[in-house]
Every structure is written in structure tokens, then in C-alpha cells.
Design a protein around this ligand. Structure first.
Ligand code: FMN
Length: 427
């Protein structure tokens, strides 16, 4: 079984990365994966990471959980995590994994989900399932949303384009990050329709206005304003993984490099890095944003009833319960714990999205039972992307959809609206 804190733990320290790469180099599958491996990864052939147990002849645990060779082989999203860990540059993998401080918030996102159980009902006709959800008049076949995550070309050369194609393949709502490594127009084209756009409002209003004008012109119907990162977080896991990365960051992260210092959405806006943080931003900014655009406004990063009420008072169109996947404040408060009080405050008046630690269909089910209309995921699809590009993102989403469908059948809930508060209990 996956340990509760597997998201933050480092289950495969660097030696297993090396062992796997050696084994992989000798495998016929190396061709299939080579596009994902860091330069110079293929090394001399050798044995698989570990062999059968000498006493029983059964394979050891590390063989049972050995990295899968193709996206289709992944049994759960953690199988994709294991491949991403060895296929990606350490610093970039560390950027995905990191929380803040001792990672209490990130870990609690998971443990709080595990403290809930599902109250399964019997003898309900579940031969037909309905997982559709309608957000702002647009119907989606699944409530599973692709959370905005920046810098995706750092995880795979096709970055946000691979994610957009995977989103299109199964009809997922995709939200594009302000700090994406691909411009919104290109992503919209790959997605086949305009995505929702996540906004980091800079502290320079002219820069912010230029970004908003651009995404409005690109046809994005919804702006998701992220409000949980007014200042930087204490990302120790990122620092530790960066330490073991032998490459020089400045070989890519420099003006004109493969990862330019000014992100595509800020180019041509007069943006300076000092503009990025918004420590002075208050609720008044909602009014300013309203004056800039007629797009729908969703506020992302709320974790209290009080802020949900303020958001409604300020006229937002939707609320996204999030602690940035445990990458912002080290409060230790899990989003699944914050969800019920926010759902009660919202009372169905606006759509409610939640994210933070959702890794299985049962987790998504629990969020819907606690009042979410849709559930977003970050790291699971990034693991898929880092491991296998578009095929990996598709597989991560497919696993979650299939698991949700199976959970709904086994719980006797044929539609999302049948998943009410009584469908979960606390252990
Ligand atoms: C690598 C990475 C980059 C992220 N970048 C952004 C971002 O640019 N904007 C944003 O609002 N949230 C960002 N997030 C947070 C996600 O949108 C989401 O809230 C979080 O990943 C959900 O938690 P999960 O990863 O446990 O599923 C990022 C998360 C990760 C892991």
C-alpha cells in the first residue's frame, strides 16, 4: 500500500535512480522512453534493480513496485510518480514534489482524506453512470479538472501542449498557469478551445492589465485569481533536490535560454521579476479586476468560511478551495477539512472547486460528498507528463476517471448529484 505521505517522501533515493537507468539501458523499452530521459542517461547494461527473494522465490517489494515501462502499464498515479522521479532532472522533479517547511500541509491533504471513509449503499442500479458537471453553463463529461501548474516544459519538452492535447482527448477542463512555459494562444489551439486562465496578479497593474487583455482576446472565458501566494514559501524539498542536480541552472534559466527568465505571458508587458509578488493585494483587487474584464472570476486559494463569505460579498463567480498543494503556507490545514465550512457558506450559489492531495477516485468521491462541484489535480498529471509526455497525462487522467467510476458504482451512487454528505463518514 502507498504510504500516506508518499507525496512528500522520497521513496527512491538517487542510487535506485542510477540502478533503474542501468537496467533500462539494457531493455528494448529504452527506445520508447528515450524521449523522456535526461541527456546522457543511458548507461551500461546490467541486471534489474533487484531480484527475487532468496528464501521464497517471490519478487521483492521493489520489483513489484519497479518503474513501469509505458504509460499504459501504470496501475495508479503513483506508478507515474516513480517513473517521473527517475526520468526527470532532479531539480525539476523536486519542484513538482516540494511543499513547504516540514510539508505538514501537503501531508495532511492526504492524511485527512484517508481519515474519511465511504458509506457504500447497496442494491442501487449503477449500470449507467453520470459523471457530468456543468460550470458556468458549460457541461464537462468529468468533474476532474487540470489544475494550473507553471513551467511544464521543464517537465517534458512538449509541456503545456502535451497537457492540452491530453485534456482534449478526454474532455477535461484545463486551467493554464500565468507562469506557463507556453503562451495561451498556442495552448488554446492544442486544446481545441480556450482554456480557463489562472492569474497571478502582479504588483504592477499595467502588467496585470496587459495579461488580462491578452487572455480575454484569446477567448478564455474564466479568470482564476490565485490569492494564496502573496509571498514566497519555504520550499526545502526543492532546495534539497536542486542540490543533487549536477546541471547548472543558468545553462537554461537565462535571458534567451531554453527557460527564459521572463515567462511567455509576461513578455512584452514591461514585467520585472520584482513585480511578481503581491503582498499588498486585498479584496479591493476583485473590484479592480472586474473593471478590467467581463470574464467570469474564480478566486483560488481559500481555506476558510470567512474568506468564502468575503469572496461572495465581493461578487466572485466561483470559489476554488486550495492551499496550493501544500506549497504556500505551512498551516497544516487540509483542503478536505476546509471544504465543508466553505460549502456551507457558499450554499450552492457559485461553483465550488477543490484541490490538494487528490490521488485516487475515492478521494475525488469524498470531495464531491463534502460539497465540491469539481476536483482539480496538480501533481498526478505532472508525474504523467514528466514520465511519458502526453501519454502519461492521458493515463493519469484515465486512471482517476476509471477509479471514480468504480467508486461510484461500488458506493451505489450513479450520478455526482447522488453523492451527498451522507456518503462519507469520519474514521
Ligand atoms: C509544480 C507545480 C506548479 C504549480 N504552479 C501553479 C501556478 O502557476 N499557479 C497556481 O495557481 N497554482 C500552481 N500550483 C498549484 C496547483 O494549481 C494546485 O493547487 C495543486 O497542485 C493541487 O495539489 P496537488 O498537486 O496535491 O494535486 C502548482 C503546483 C505544482 C505542483
Amino acid at each position: 500500500m502507498q504510504p500516506a505521505n508518499s507525496v512528500t517522501a522520497n521513496p527512491h533515493p538517487p542510487p535506485s535512480r542510477r540502478d533503474f537507468l542501468q537496467w533500462l539501458a539494457a531493455s528494448p523499452l529504452v527506445g520508447a522512453l528515450s524521449g523522456c530521459l535526461p541527456p546522457g542517461a543511458a548507461v551500461a547494461p546490467s541486471a534489474p534493480p533487484s531480484g527475487p527473494s532468496a528464501t521464497t522465490g517471490n519478487p521483492s517489494r521493489s520489483v513489484l513496485h519497479a518503474p513501469v515501462a509505458s504509460a499504459a502499464d501504470a496501475l495508479d498515479v503513483f506508478d507515474l510518480e516513480r517513473v517521473a522521479e527517475i526520468a526527470m532532472p532532479p531539480a525539476h522533479f523536486g519542484y513538482i514534489q516540494t511543499g513547504v517547511d516540514g510539508e505538514e500541509t501537503q501531508r495532511n491533504n492526504r492524511t485527512a482524506l484517508e481519515r474519511l471513509h465511504i458509506r457504500a449503499r447497496r442494491l442501487v442500479d449503477v449500470s449507467r453512470l453520470d459523471t457530468r458537471v456543468t460550470l458556468f453553463g458549460r457541461e464537462w463529461p468529468t468533474p476532474i479538472v487540470i489544475a494550473p501548474c507553471g513551467s511544464q516544459r521543464g517537465f517534458h519538452p512538449e509541456g503545456e501542449i502535451a497537457t492540452a492535447r491530453a485534456a482534449q482527448a478526454a474532455g477535461h477542463l484545463q486551467v493554464l498557469s500565468t507562469v506557463s512555459s507556453t503562451g495561451v494562444e498556442e495552448v488554446n489551439e492544442a486544446r481545441g478551445e480556450p482554456v480557463w486562465y489562472q492569474l497571478y496578479a502582479t504588483s504592477n497593474r499595467e502588467v496585470t492589465r496587459a495579461v488580462v487583455d491578452r487572455v480575454r482576446a484569446a477567448g478564455c472565458p474564466v479568470i482564476v485569481l490565485t490569492v494564496d501566494l502573496p509571498a514566497g514559501g519555504n520550499r526545502l524539498t526543492l532546495a534539497r533536490w536542486s542540490r543533487i542536480d549536477e546541471r547548472s541552472c543558468t545553462s537554461c534559466h537565462r535571458p534567451g535560454g531554453r527557460a527564459p527568465t521572463v515567462k511567455p505571458m509576461f513578455q512584452g508587458t514591461g514585467y520585472r521579476p520584482a513585480d511578481f509578488r503581491t503582498p499588498a493585494m486585498t479584496w479591493d483587487f476583485i473590484g479592480e479586476l472586474r473593471a478590467m474584464t467581463d470574464q467570469r472570476l474564480v478566486v483560488k486559494g481559500l481555506v476558510t468560511r470567512e474568506d468564502a463569505e468575503l469572496a461572495l460579498e465581493h461578487g466572485v463567480d466561483g470559489i476554488w478551495v486550495s492551499n496550493h498543494g501544500g506549497r504556500a503556507e505551512g498551516s497544516g490545514r487540509a483542503t478536505i477539512e476546509a471544504l465543508p465550512e466553505i460549502a456551507a457558506a457558499v450554499g450552492g450559489r457559485v461553483p465550488l472547486i477543490v484541490d490538494g492531495g487528490f490521488r485516487r477516485g475515492t478521494d475525488i468521491f469524498k470531495a464531491i460528498a463534502r460539497g465540491a462541484d469539481a476536483v482539480a489535480v496538480g501533481r498526478p498529471y505532472l508525474w504523467g507528463l514528466g514520465a511519458f509526455g502526453q501519454a502519461g497525462v492521458e493515463r493519469a487522467l484515465e486512471i482517476l476517471r476509471d477509479e471514480l467510476a468504480m467508486t461510484m458504482r461500488l458506493a451505489g451512487t450513479p450520478s455526482l448529484s447522488a453523492i451527498g454528505p451522507a456518503a462519507v463518514g469520519v474514521n
